[in-house]
Design a protein around this ligand. Structure first.
Ligand code: SF4
Length: 437
């Protein structure tokens, strides 16, 4: 095998920023390094090789990574270290990173992450295709994250993802089904399917000349889910939310009844400027159809305020939609121009102070909606997966409900982690439920 100057440097450390896909891909890198005989360093200061798996979605994420590069530059003055930058920022700003930061040894784009070991002289199978991360677990909990597609074809006018992750690629159905069987054998109880645009999954099986959509994939998996009790998915795009998917969610008990459905804005004018490819009415009709079939369904969302041209009446429409949808949770943020996207040159850029004030109003309303939902759940009996012993109180278990809300309940010998149980919600402590048997 080819020797490299780094052959004797055996320990590695991976820092990960950004989305669940990045986390999944870092897990694969981690496993590949271990398989190739490298040792995982506990602290970055001890590592011989540091990989920063970066995120470009917001400027603040990039600023933080520039700061981390500065940290390693300083560290390199006292020890030998190979610094590798990969992920979306490497894809977007690769030349600039190399030009500005002599401390960086290698810059490797999103789709070439699996080439890192080649570059270190490891003899692995090379491929130009996107290599899907298999799956990963969160802190030993019973939930596994399974990437099923990567990339995006949508080009929302504010978003960098299609430029840094490229076009959509769907993972072969057979691989996903096998992965589910493997996870079931390992005692996993819940699977979250991941993708930038998960419900546009389309796999063309050329050998059989068949094309499978996202509902088709779910049906395949649901034929033999083994020990897996719940399936979730993230992020779904409203424009790809088909009638078949709605009916499947309504009829299948194993598909969780909390749907993350990014709204971004409740104003059709702003949605058009964002190039979201749905309007407010189409979005609302998905919620209404799901509710008609399953009154127990809940929704969470992503909301952006301060997009160029957003008027007070547009914001009001967002607030109205939040009330209509009664989101139980929302990821809320204000618009930040991303170089290289269409919206940066749009007229009507909003001053930061206005953006912040609008964001605060959205956050305040969401707090009310979350509290309303949680208060209305007190006294009800819910299905819960037991995740772990509570970190705050060892006499309690911590778990989560079908609607993905945290619940703690008394520890008992008859329950172990991974069990699915029914609990009555007794009260709320902060935003956490207290449950009893
Ligand atoms: S759907 Fe829009 S926001 Fe989501 S990744 Fe694609 S371009 Fe970005």
């Amino acid at each position: 095998m080819k020797q490299t100057p780094y052959e004797e440097q055996r320990s590695f450390y991976i820092e990960t920023y950004g989305c669940q896909m990045n986390i999944a891909e870092s897990h694969v890198l981690d496993a590949s390094f271990l398989q190739q005989g490298f040792r995982a360093a506990v602290h970055p200061e001890e590592a011989d090789i540091v990989i920063i798996n970066t995120c470009s979605v917001r400027k603040t994420a990039e600023n933080r990574i520039w700061g981390r590069i500065g940290f390693y530059k300083h560290l390199k003055q006292s020890k030998e270290l190979l610094l590798i930058i990969t992920g979306c920022m490497a894809e977007r700003l690769g030349d600039e990173i190399i030009r500005k930061e002599s401390a960086v040894d290698l810059v490797i784009g999103t789709n070439d992450k699996t080439d890192i070991l080649h570059m270190l002289g490891k003899d692995l199978t090379n491929s130009d295709e996107y290599q899907f991360a298999s799956s990963y677990y969160k802190n030993g909990e019973k939930t596994a994250f399974v990437p099923i597609m990567n990339g995006c074809n949508n080009f929302c006018s504010y978003c960098i993802v299609p430029y840094v992750r490229g076009r959509e690629v769907s993972r072969p159905t057979g691989q996903v089904v096998q992965e589910i069987h493997r996870l079931s054998d390992q005692g996993v109880r819940e699977v979250m399917f991941l993708g930038q645009n998960v419900n546009s999954y389309t796999y063309h099986d050329r050998a059989r000349d068949t094309v499978l959509s996202f509902p088709g994939l779910l049906k395949e998996v649901l034929k033999d889910p083994g020990s897996i009790q719940w399936f979730r998915f993230m992020s779904a795009h409203p424009k790809d939310f088909s009638r078949e998917l709605i009916e499947l969610i309504a009829s299948e008990d194993k598909l969780c009844k909390n749907i993350h459905l990014p709204l971004q804005s409740g104003s059709s004018t702003i949605l058009k400027a964002m190039n979201r490819k749905y309007d407010a009415q189409q979005y609302l009709s998905i919620i209404e159809r799901l509710r008609r079939l399953r009154p127990d369904i809940t929704f969470s969302t992503d909301i952006m305020v301060g997009f160029p041209g957003e008027r007070e009446e547009d914001l009001q429409q967002t607030l109205d939609m939040m009330r209509e949808a009664s989101y139980i949770e929302a990821f809320m943020y204000y618009y930040n121009p991303r170089e290289g996207t269409a919206s940066t040159s749009m007229p009507g850029q909003i001053p930061d102070a206005v953006k912040l004030e609008r964001l605060q109003r959205v956050i305040d309303l969401q707090k009310e909606l979350t509290l309303q939902h949680k208060s209305s759940t007190i006294g009800k009996t819910v299905r819960v997966i037991c995740d772990s012993i509570s970190k705050k109180n060892p006499d309690e278990f911590s778990g989560h409900t079908e609607h993905n809300e945290r619940i703690v309940f008394p520890r008992t010998d008859s329950v172990t982690t991974g069990d699915m149980i029914r609990l009555k919600i007794e009260k709320l402590v902060g935003t956490t439920y207290k449950g009893v048997f």
